[in-house]
Design a protein around this ligand. Structure first.
Ligand code: HEC
Length: 209
């Protein structure tokens, strides 16, 4: 007997079934998700990130930060992300609607960064940490990103306002200063833009908020 047509039909059904279940149905459920509007304040969430932060996001991608950092907070019962302070609520599909591609990440060599903008809002901390993680987080295995900074001679009008405050073994030679490049600023703007503590219907913040 010729099993060819039966085999063909079987393969077709398997492929069509998985396309239906993994592509069509999820796309119908989530594909048209819109930002949510807070009925009390009128605030819209999420919003596309602005200029410098958007450029920083491309740097985050190109530097491979997402090989060590995730951006997804698991719900209670599926991990201790919320207890660890990585976010006040779980991440949901709506959080990602403006992200292309989505930086979910799969390995957590470092902490989750979904809400890092709220956890570390300061420029100084981010610059210093990026320049050399040993300064802010001794023993860190995160690689230094000193190439995002410029060591330059201090000008006649004194140190630059954005010069890093480095001491001890990390300090530049006398008369020199370390300043962030445009790339470092973009990356830090991106990190500071990562905030997820927004009440949305499918993932409300805990009541005490
Ligand atoms: C080899 C893995 C690795 C890579 C690559 C990496 N990190 Fe990290 N990162 C870590 C680890 C480990 C920590 C925790 C210790 C520390 O604070 O340095 C960390 C911490 C951080 C923190 C502080 C998180 C917190 O909760 O305090 C930020 C922000 C951060 N990394 C940003 C970045 C950015 C931006 C990049 C890409 C330019 C990057 N990381 C690349 C491993 C990595």
């Amino acid at each position: 007997m010729n099993y060819g047509p039966l085999l063909f039909l079987g393969i077709l059904l398997t492929l069509a079934g998985s396309w239906f279940g993994l592509v069509l149905v999820p796309n119908q459920q989530l594909g048209a998700l819109q930002p949510s509007v807070n009925t009390n304040t009128g605030a819209i969430y999420p919003q596309p990130i602005p200029g410098e932060a958007a450029q920083g996001r491309e740097l985050y991608r190109s530097l491979g930060c997402n090989y060590c950092h995730t951006q997804q907070v698991r719900p209670d019962g599926f991990g201790s992300d919320i207890q660890r302070g990585w976010g006040k609520r779980r991440s949901v599909a709506r959080d990602y609607i403006y992200q292309k591609p989505v930086m979910l990440g799969s390995s957590r060599t470092g902490p989750d960064l979904t809400n890092i903008g709220e956890r570390q809002p300061g420029y100084d901390w981010h610059y210093t940490h990026l320049f050399n993680p040993q300064i802010t987080s001794k023993g860190s295995i995160m690689p230094p990103h000193a190439f995002l900074f410029k060591t330059q001679k201090i000008g006649f009008d004194g140190p630059s306002t954005n010069a890093l405050k480095l001491t001890g073994e990390f300090a530049p030679p006398a008369g020199w200063e370390v300043v962030p490049t445009a790339e470092a600023t973009q990356l830090v703007e991106y990190l500071r833009s990562l905030r997820s503590s927004v009440d949305i219907p499918e993932a409300p913040l805990p009541k005490s908020e």
